[in-house]
Design a binder for this molecule. Structure first.
Ligand SMILES: *[C@@H]1O[C@H](CO)[C@@H](O)[C@H](O)[C@H]1NC(C)=O
Ligand SMILES: *[C@@H]1O[C@H](CO)[C@@H](O)[C@H](O)[C@H]1NC(C)=O
Ligand SMILES: *[C@@H]1O[C@H](CO)[C@@H](O)[C@H](O)[C@H]1NC(C)=O
Ligand SMILES: *[C@@H]1O[C@H](CO)[C@@H](O)[C@H](O)[C@H]1NC(C)=O
Ligand SMILES: *[C@@H]1O[C@H](CO)[C@@H](O)[C@H](O)[C@H]1NC(C)=O
Ligand SMILES: *[C@@H]1O[C@H](CO)[C@@H](O)[C@H](O)[C@H]1NC(C)=O
Ligand SMILES: *[C@@H]1O[C@H](CO)[C@@H](O)[C@H](O)[C@H]1NC(C)=O
Ligand SMILES: *[C@@H]1O[C@H](CO)[C@@H](O)[C@H](O)[C@H]1NC(C)=O
Length: 578
């Protein structure tokens, strides 16, 4: 269907906008003859006897050699230039399903033609075939100083991974097996971040003479070009990976989570667009030998395969060092880093009790926690020379009185004078001497007493709206309860199964594909879990709460049920890694 629309658009632009006849040759078979390339900080200079043209962001090697350039002389001594076989890097730059669309009639907006730094606007996009397009530039007097640059409509989305063996491979630009990558080798990336293609490609070109390399065109899950960017792409300045990544990294516009996870220790060695999902970046851990990944279980926003913090080091951590590093690094869950926790360790888990909440830390599926105070963390080590050891633990939070599991699955304080709450705005039970008001906050009970005197009129007024609202509440409940009950059962079963499979962990030498099967169900489970806990809370509160507060409960029921799962889906989308 979409394909047809594209064709239609292409036809439209051919007939109305352009002056080109349909048989305009896209491919000049002799184009490659007598062509040489020069890789400069300005782009790839394609030299042939007719014309020298600087191409920017159209690839390297054959991408550029295969471009066809054809001069057509006009009567007045000027000439028209037809340039064909240009790869449209905007086509399917991101996942087809996530809403990004690039139509052929937009191409012209993202091609910048300059002659000796003066922009030429009088050109047309002549034809679009198989993700490639042609240009027609009219009435040129000379080819001198001609430059054709491709710009990108949007940032490229990059899922981030870590290559556990910690040496960037010798031959980078191809697909690798996900089993060698983290986090957790199950295709849930550390994060998905936005890379500004326009500044990013400029920077690596200007600083390293590294250029985007278009490989092949993929047609599964929407058409797009497969491309790579790494030190393997010409690299005229012989940049090492550190220099390459320094140039590339500055174009990520939302790198915060990666910074929080790795500080300066992460170094991407390739940025690429391969399969039908978004692009991704693989990197290594620099100057660090050991890595602990912390996951979080039993929390609404968090997929259990999402890393919430990492602890890297050059030595294996003792129990005491682990405690310190955990508090220093896991800012997602530690509310006040200065608060001293009461730590305890035994063969099965480590707990940290804070005054308002406690954290239970357990083995996940690589390495293991110290089993007593004198033991160290044990890491699964990799065989490669620079390889680091890796351990994975999972935590479970218990939030105390007056707190709730809020942002980033951290215990957060309820509103003032509130004993228990559903979220940061809505109190379900106030402290002694306080009562909830219409805003869901708590106010002293004394202000309410005078109102409970005998005035029949006010009582009637408050009752009427209540009836309607209660109906709304039951309505929502009815829809959800059946789902909820069945999902609770299956969740329990799954938890047991997973626990059994996870225990014999340390023996696993290769990271296996069995992981993947389990994890595919994760998203749905989380969402259902979330619904059920929220509904439970609502039931409780509804029983003990009077008419005035019910209005508020309805608000909080609808908000989380519709909004939160969306968030989970975005964060927890499983990325295929080729
Ligand atoms: C390439 O150059 C050679 C020698 O200069 C010439 O004989 C040949 O015709 C050229 N080929 C084309 C396609 O221009
Ligand atoms: C370049 O053109 C040649 C000959 O037409 C073809 O074999 C080759 O696959 C092309 N390369 C690219 C990268 O398109
Ligand atoms: C990488 O290159 C930078 C200079 O650009 C240099 O300071 C650094 O030591 C190099 N790193 C390695 C690992 O060679
Ligand atoms: C291990 O420690 C936890 C938390 O302190 C405790 O609940 C549990 O009973 C202990 N288990 C054993 C086997 O000692
Ligand atoms: C710690 O492990 C023990 C088993 O030894 C388990 O019974 C207990 O529930 C765990 N503690 C927590 C807080 O989960
Ligand atoms: C996490 O904690 C909650 C409540 O504290 C508990 O119900 C749940 O079983 C725990 N999950 C795991 C995996 O220990
Ligand atoms: C409320 O009404 C009751 C009987 O209907 C009466 O005994 C009582 O005095 C009234 N209270 C006030 C504060 O008017
Ligand atoms: C509070 O709710 C209870 C139970 O629904 C009800 O019996 C009682 O009359 C209510 N009190 C007021 C003041 O509305």
């Amino acid at each position: 269907m979409f394909k047809n629309i594209l064709k239609f658009v292409a036809l439209l632009s051919l007939s109305s906008v352009c002056f080109v006849n349909a048989d305009s040759p896209l491919i000049n078979e002799k184009a490659a003859e007598n062509v040489s390339l020069e890789y400069t900080k300005d782009g790839v200079l394609r030299k042939e006897d007719q014309c020298f043209i600087n191409f920017v962001n159209f690839g390297i090697k054959n991408d550029i050699v295969n471009i066809s350039v054809k001069k057509e002389n006009n009567k007045d001594g000027s000439f028209n230039l037809r340039i064909g076989e240009l790869k449209n890097g905007n086509e399917g730059l991101n996942n087809y399903k996530t809403g990004y669309r690039f139509t052929d009639d937009e191409i012209k907006d993202y091609v910048k033609i300059k002659q000796n730094n003066v922009e030429i606007k009088d050109f047309s996009v002549a034809s679009v075939v198989d993700g490639k397009f042609s240009l027609l530039i009219k009435n040129l007097k000379t080819c001198d100083g001609l430059s054709v640059k491709q710009a990108y409509k949007t940032e490229a989305l990059m899922a981030t991974y870590l290559y556990y063996s910690n040496v960037s491979p010798l031959d980078i630009n191809h697909a690798f097996d996900i089993a060698e990558f983290g986090p957790s080798s199950n295709n849930v990336p550390y994060d998905i971040i936005h890379w500004d293609m326009n500044t990013g490609l400029d920077r690596v070109r200007e600083q390293c003479r590294i250029y985007i390399d278009y490989n092949r065109r993929e047609q599964t899950g929407g058409n797009h070009w497969v491309w790579y960017l790494s030190t393997d792409n010409i690299n005229g300045e012989k940049c090492n990976n550190t220099a390459f990544y320094k140039a590339a990294k500055s174009s990520y516009i939302d790198y915060e989570q990666m910074d929080e996870l790795f500080g300066d220790y992460y170094e991407g060695y390739v940025i690429k667009r391969e399969g039908s999902e978004n692009g991704h970046m693989d990197g290594i851990l620099v100057n660090q030998k050991y890595l602990i990944e912390i996951y979080q279980d039993g929390c609404s926003e968090q997929n259990k395969d999402q890393v919430i913090c990492t602890i890297s080091s050059n030595k294996k951590l003792s129990y005491e060092e682990f405690q310190k590093e955990f508090v220093d690094n896991c800012l997602d869950v530690i509310v006040d880093q200065k608060e001293k926790a009461e730590w305890s360790v035994n063969a099965s888990n480590i707990t940290a009790k804070f005054s308002q909440y406690s954290i239970n830390i357990e083995n996940y599926n690589r390495g293991s926690l110290p089993k007593c105070e004198t033991e160290s963390v044990s890491y699964k080590e990799f065989k490669a020379a620079e390889s680091s050891g890796i351990a994975r633990f999972t935590i479970n939070m218990s939030c105390g009185e007056g707190t709730f599991i809020g942002d980033k699955c951290r215990c957060s304080a309820c509103p003032v004078n509130c004993a228990s709450c559903l979220d940061g705005n809505t109190c379900s039970k106030c402290n002694k001497g306080f009562i909830t008001n219409e805003e869901g906050t708590c106010e002293p009970i004394t202000t309410i007493k005078p109102i409970t005197t005998n005035t029949t009129t006010t009582i009637e007024e408050t009752i009427e709206p209540t009836v309607i609202i209660e109906e709304a509440v039951t309505d929502i409940k009815d829809k959800e309860t059946t789902e909820e009950e069945s999902s609770l059962n299956s969740d329990e079963e799954e938890e047991k199964e997973e626990a059994e499979e996870v225990t014999p962990v340390e023996e696993v030498e290769e990271i296996d594909s069995a992981d993947e099967n389990i994890d595919e169900n994760v998203n749905e489970d989380i969402i259902e879990d979330e619904k059920s806990t929220e509904l439970d809370e609502n039931k409780e509160t509804k029983e003990e709460i009077n008419s005035t507060t019910i209005r508020h409960i309805t608000k909080t029921v609808t908000v989380p049920v519709t909004k939160k799962p969306k968030k989970t889906i975005r964060k927890c989308r499983v990325k295929l890694h080729y």
